[in-house]
Ligand binder design. Structure first.
Ligand code: NAP
Length: 275
């Protein structure tokens, strides 16, 4: 299959490129294909004529988005609009990678694909706007929401914890936000499976199970065999620009209902990260 991957040099994009063996892959990041440039997007898609576009590029700085609101919408909403129009124009399916931050976290239990989004942050709102463009402008789309992503490539919570643990020997981590840490290699494999399935629609794609950031940090140090003290703190004790959902666990219900293989427990993904 001919596949364009946007955000190809990012955390997920790198693992997608590794996973997509046996396909004709056209990786693009901001240097090669700025998704906010409509003419360039149309030109690239028209020239490559892909069968599938895996759209992972995004403005992913959640706190930065509160300060750079227009830019967040330009990349996450208009970027998705541009790719949606181009994919429809040239007959490609599109897989848009979205986020648990489209939910407000107030449900009190895991969200399914059939729950209504209500983002708390600019980042969440801009990603939801991207989802809506993709749904409105294309006939063959997959929207795959993921969460708490970490991979071998790029910046993420696991790497931050390892660095802080090494430097300080003790870390304070919020204990009142719960989610599903998701290993980028596992996600890449699942996205490729979904993108080949022809079963268009909305998917939640996270590793199974859930944990607080504090619990996740403890598991990271355990897996790394590091003796680091992890102190639980409340979200209210952290001064961060973007509000975050308290409980944004995503039940992967579409996968279940369609009889597709569930993603493995997050602890197994983390163990593989350290292999
Ligand atoms: N990370 C998470 O915890 C998480 C959770 C839920 C969902 N997601 C979603 O998962 C996807 C992948 O996330 P990730 O962690 O792999 O993000 P990432 O490492 O930040 O990768 C995103 C890539 O997109 C590129 N990009 C930014 N603006 C662009 C533009 N205008 N044109 C083309 N490329 C552009 C970035 O380039 P620069 O680095 O040069 O800006 C970066 O290489 C995103 O859609 C994100 O919203 C992530």
């Amino acid at each position: 299959m001919r596949i364009i991957v946007t955000g190809a040099n990012g955390q997920l994009g790198t693992d997608l490129q590794r996973t997509l063996t046996g396909h004709e892959v056209f990786p693009g990041d901001i240097e090669e294909l700025d998704i906010t440039d409509f003419a360039a997007v149309l030109r690239a898609v028209g020239k490559i004529r892909p069968e599938l576009i895996i759209h992972g590029a995004a403005f992913t700085d959640v706190d930065g988005a509160e300060l750079h609101v227009d830019r967040a919408f330009q990349v996450n909403a208009i970027g998705a609009q541009n790719l949606a129009i181009a994919s429809e124009e040239y007959g490609a399916a599109i897989l848009y990678v979205s986020t648990d931050f489209v939910f407000d976290g107030g449900k009190g239990e895991a969200y399914t694909e059939f729950d209504d989004p209500n983002p708390l942050s600019v980042y969440g709102a801009s990603k939801l706007a991207g989802e809506r463009y993709v749904m409105a402008l294309t006939t063959r789309f997959y929207i795959c929401r993921t969460a708490w992503l970490y991979g071998r490539h790029g910046h993420n919570f696991v790497k931050t914890m390892l660095r802080l643990g090494e430097e300080r020997g003790s870390v304070s981590v919020v204990d009142d936000q719960v989610g599903s840490p998701t290993f980028a290699a596992d996600l890449a494999a699942k996205l490729v499976e979904i993108g080949m399935s022809g079963r268009y629609g909305i998917y939640h794609t996270t590793n199974a199970g859930s944990v607080s950031w504090c619990g996740f940090a403890k598991k990271i140090f355990e897996a790394a065999a590091m003796d680091v003290e992890v102190k639980p703190i409340k979200t209210s004790e952290m001064q961060r620009p973007a509000p975050r959902p308290a409980l944004s666990v995503l039940r992967n219900l579409t996968l279940e209902l369609q009889g597709m293989e569930p993603m493995r427990p997050w602890e197994e993904g983390l163990a593989d990260y350290f292999k």
